[in-house]
Design a protein around this ligand. Structure first.
Ligand SMILES: O=P(O)(O)OC[C@@H](O)[C@@H](O)c1c[nH]c2ccccc12
Length: 263
């Protein structure tokens, strides 16, 4: 079997390959352990097969301040089943090679502190984690994890909000690795009805200053949303809708959503 070196270079290469093929990036988000730890790897495999470019994996946490109701409930279900960060890391250490897509952990900073920053980075590397999104760790505080993260060669993806100043957007884009996560609404995660046309200008600006691909996320829940937002951006992240479709076992609809990124 061919061995893959996971980490930030794997994430970058995979995203670039998609863009170079003239395609758009589609990153589904799942809550690890929703449906039980036994379904975790099979779910990742299904998303892999359905055409995900990379997969964002949420870590269940008691105070998910940026998560909307759908993701909070999924986190609660996983917590009720006793799923924790060490379980998720252990299972990936064993089974990471079954999944081709780069894997990005989405976790608040607290579970990382609790685990121990140095140990977390070592183990995340062993588990084949390629990127990290830590929404409550602002740019100014990244030094807290920087050394260990660099040693583990894991990308840190930055979030940029609609409300940031241009200077700040530029600073965040310059610091982001893998891709830049552009939040498309003011508020928390969760399905939305529609998106404003003015997002077009916002993305044009972000793309002009960002050295990495710019992805849109938050509220994207229909194939039409995916089509609209991939016109402005290099791709999309879809969370709440994917969680609902997995819960209802509507895998065909997941495929349709992913396909919409290529049209
Ligand atoms: O659920 P939505 O609206 O599709 O948004 C993406 C999202 O779920 C995922 O990227 C995410 C889940 N929790 C977060 C916290 C912060 C930033 C991003 C996230």
């Amino acid at each position: 079997m061919q061995t893959v070196t996971y980490g930030k270079d794997y994430l970058r290469a995979t995203l670039n390959e998609t863009i170079n093929e003239g395609k758009k990036i589609f990153i589904p988000y799942i809550m690890a352990g929703d449906g039980g730890l036994n379904s975790f790897i099979p779910t990742l495999q299904k998303l892999d097969e359905a055409g995900a470019t990379a997969i964002e994996v949420g870590i269940p946490f008691s105070d998910p301040v940026a998560d909307g109701p759908t993701i909070q409930e999924a986190g609660k279900r996983a917590q009720d089943l006793g799923v924790t960060l060490p379980h998720i890391i252990d299972i990936l250490k064993e089974e990471r090679t079954k999944i081709q897509s780069p894997i990005i952990f989405m976790t608040y900073i607290n579970p990382i502190y609790k685990y121990g920053v140095d140990q977390f980075m070592l183990d995340a590397k062993d588990a084949g984690i390629d990127g990290l999104i830590i929404p409550d760790l602002p740019l100014e505080q990244t030094s807290l994890i920087e050394k260990a993260r660099q040693q583990a060669n894991i990308a840190q993806i930055q979030l940029v909000s609609l409300a940031s100043s241009k200077e700040r957007m530029e600073k965040i884009a310059a610091a982001s690795e893998g891709f830049l996560y552009a939040v498309t609404v003011n508020g928390i995660t969760g399905a939305r009805q529609s998106f404003d046309d003015s997002l077009s200008d916002h993305f044009q600006y972000l793309k002009s200053v960002s050295p990495v691909p710019v992805l849109a996320g938050f509220g994207i829940s229909t194939p039409d949303h995916v089509k609209q937002l991939t016109q402005y951006s290099d791709g999309v992240v879809v969370g709440s809708k994917i969680i609902n479709l997995l819960y209802e076992k509507k895998f065909e609809e997941i495929k349709q959503l992913i396909k919409a990124a290529d049209q």
